[in-house]
Design a protein. Structure first.
Length: 119
């Protein structure tokens, strides 16, 4: 099971930190991805972090603004989002990868948390 938190309403240029807490599986075994879906748009992968955090990936649209990290002792993956833009508005979800590396083959999804960037 994965549970996200940390979403909310923020003004453009602001920051939020999302958390994804996992339970029911071995901490640190799987890569974890962050995804987002805006109304009327397809879901896109925002970022991914390998099982031990050695490898991270980002969508071009968030590079330099978002940072993914993880604390396996707490079974938690974070997404720090800075300099937020209105186009970042979406429901953000985390998902467990089938493998230790970011393969894109996801097995378990959280319920999502809403991020709204608006003045």
């Amino acid at each position: 099971q994965l549970v996200e938190s940390g979403g909310g309403l923020v003004q453009p240029g602001g920051s939020l930190r999302l958390s994804c807490v996992g339970s029911g599986f071995t901490p640190g075994y799987n890569a974890v991805g962050w995804f987002r879906q805006a109304p009327g748009k397809m879901r896109e992968e925002v970022s991914c972090i390998s099982s031990r955090g050695g490898t991270t990936t980002y969508a071009d649209s968030v590079k330099g603004r978002f940072t993914v990290s993880r604390d396996n002792a707490k079974s938690t993956v974070y997404l720090q989002m800075n300099n937020l833009k209105p186009e970042d508005t979406a429901v953000y979800s985390c998902a467990l990868d089938r493998y230790t590396y970011c393969s894109g083959s996801m097995t378990t999804w959280g319920q999502g948390t809403q991020v709204t960037v608006s003045s």
